[in-house]
Design a protein around this ligand. Structure first.
Ligand SMILES: Nc1ncnc2c1ncn2[C@@H]1O[C@H](COP(=O)(O)OP(=O)(O)O)[C@@H](O)[C@H]1O
Ligand SMILES: [Mg+2]
Length: 354
């Protein structure tokens, strides 16, 4: 059987560069090289594309080291137009801007190259916490009240904005960049002074930010969704952050406790899973995504927090863990993602890959 050539994109320009390398290393480790040929394409923090001289990986040993080496001393890859001749499918293992936000998906569409995961529009919506909220709201899915603004508004009308936020949203208030991830730039404000500081922090990462009603002692749930049509919805996981909320440290440095599956009543789990499937549909997601929820401590209120269209794929990441509980090994999950990407007729010209 002919091997499937996978163009594995990793690194990237976003602050989640390092996490992306770890996710891609997992993919390298798990894919069976008897069935797949991996063509790694590293994107440096400056946005340069790098490849290795030999193009395809010879082994999946020391994956992270091999990938780092490509980023450090690989050859420049500028002939994007020829990508279609070298790979059968692209796997953007990138998180955050210029990876998870529809930009690289646009290149794949343009090249008529099948790819893993969500398309241009769903990726862009998935990246923008404010715009996805409007779509969820339209679909009748519960989201937390929020107020979105850009830096030019803040520069000219800080008092009006402070008033608007405080009129609309009670404390605690969470402030976050609209297009970030890994909790970078997210903070919790309890007072007006905190709020100003939180706004300034969020503006370091995006020109558009959001103040959102905070849930005290929130419970956090995650669900993996996978498929093109009639998606599969996994069981529910719960994360119990090691800090007062699930900040960067609690995500990567001081690992938080995870319960897979979550210990919650069956009817709550059903409700969350249904909401996850509906959120996936609302944004027109294809391939895979992870939907995150925030709930009040008594579970009387459940909100869609956000959707991640390229969730973490490291060995400890929830996306793979959730499917493991459902009986799919991480390798099987990755193979299924590639298959879904190959089968999906993105545009009319892709129908031949069906
Ligand atoms: N409205 C909120 N109420 C309570 N906690 C929140 C709220 N918004 C964010 N958080 C906390 O901050 C974390 C990161 O926020 P999130 O919106 O998921 O951004 P990111 O895309 O960076 O993960 C969440 O996992 C949660 O712990
Ligand atoms: Mg999150």
């Amino acid at each position: 059987m002919k091997k499937i050539r996978v163009g594995l994109f990793f690194g990237g320009e976003s602050p989640e560069h390092e996490i992306s390398i770890r996710s891609a290393a997992t993919v390298v480790n798990l894919l069976d090289l008897k069935k797949y040929q991996i063509f790694p394409i590293g994107i440096t923090k400056q946005g340069k594309w790098k490849i290795s001289k030999q193009l395809y990986l010879k082994s999946n040993d020391k994956a992270e080291q091999q990938l780092n080496q490509i980023l450090k001393s690989g050859e420049a890859f500028t002939e994007w137009i020829k990508l279609r001749q070298k790979v059968d499918i692209a796997f953007p293992c990138l998180h955050g801007t210029y990876g998870e936000d529809g930009t690289i998906q646009g290149i794949f569409e343009f090249l008529h190259l099948p790819y893993v995961g969500c398309g241009v529009l769903s990726s862009s919506l998935g990246m923008d916490k404010s715009l996805q909220k409007r779509v969820f709201n339209q679909q009748g899915l519960p989201v937390l009240d929020s107020y979105t603004f850009e830096n030019w508004m803040w520069n000219d009308f800080p008092q009006n904005i402070m008033q608007e936020i405080q009129k609309k949203i009670p404390y605690p208030i969470f402030v976050k960049p609209c297009r970030s991830g890994s909790s970078i730039g997210v903070s919790k404000a309890q007072t007006e002074k905190d709020l100003i500081k939180a706004i300034q922090t969020a503006f370091q990462y995006d020109i558009k930010i959001m103040a959102e009603k905070g849930i005290d002692k929130a419970r956090e749930f995650e669900v993996s969704v996978m498929g093109n049509q009639l998606p599969e919805v996994s069981c529910v996981a719960e994360t119990i952050p090691s800090n007062s909320f699930f900040d960067y440290e609690a995500k990567y440095l001081k690992p938080s406790d995870k319960k897979v599956p979550a210990e919650i009543p069956e009817e709550i789990s059903k409700k969350i899973r249904l909401m996850a499937g509906m959120a996936y549909f609302a944004l027109d997601c294809k391939g895979f995504a992870r939907v995150d929820f925030l709930a009040s401590s008594d579970l009387s209120e459940i909100y869609i927090g956000e959707i991640n269209t390229i969730p973490g794929l490291t060995q400890t990441s929830l996306f793979l863990k959730l499917w493991e509980v459902e009986g799919k090994t991480p390798a099987e999950t990755l193979e299924q993602l590639i298959e879904l990407g190959i089968k999906l007729p993105r545009l009319k010209t892709h129908l031949k890959y069906e």
